[in-house]
Design a binder for this molecule. Sequence first.
Ligand SMILES: Cc1cc2nc3c(=O)[nH]c(=O)nc-3n(C[C@H](O)[C@H](O)[C@H](O)COP(=O)(O)O)c2cc1C
Length: 196
Amino acid sequence: MEIVLSSSLNSSDMSLFDVIGSRRSVRSFTDEPVSDEELVKILDAARLAPSGGNQQRWKFVCVKNPRVLRMVKNCSPGFYGEATACIVAGIEGDAPAFSGTEYGSLVGVLDIGFAAENILLAAHALGLGGCAIASFNSSCVKKVVNAPENFRPTLIISLGHPDRQPPAPKKKSLSDVAYLDEWGNAWEKQESVPNE
Ligand SMILES: Cc1cc2nc3c(=O)[nH]c(=O)nc-3n(C[C@H](O)[C@H](O)[C@H](O)COP(=O)(O)O)c2cc1C
């Protein structure tokens, strides 16, 4: 049975595990633009992500105007490649219940992390690529996209058509990162996605 997530999210030929296993950070793009249909699917994937207390205090500024894109790049030393679009993802205002607390700002950062992974997986499932970018000057980006004072840009996600498949970065094995039942008790089962 096919599970329909939303009217604009189609099932792809790749299973979720194929998408997770073959996604790479892409930093090199062709000049083919990302279509509005693709951007809608990617933004839907972002807004459907989990958020702490379901507060959804996020805003996603989708930049596709080449002049604005260039200015965002100029604020972002960690932005590599000529992406044809990007999403500035951040949190608007304080969570009323946790206003000004460390927990309040932590939840916002986590929310954007969840949304960003959805964006990257959705882009990859569509045959696109992108990269999460944390290295940028926040006030510069805010000015470029004309965001209000209470908006905190947290990640930029570059997007475009990959011009090559990046090599697989080295990932730690399950036995390096997972324990069974208690700290230090080695997890000995093999990975289901082979390490390249
Ligand atoms: C929170 C976060 C911030 C990142 N910031 C940058 C960045 O500023 N510039 C960049 O090129 N890559 C950035 N990356 C991408 C990582 O370098 C990349 O995910 C890592 O090397 C693993 O490669 P993979 O995504 O292909 O698995 C960031 C990733 C995360 C999760």
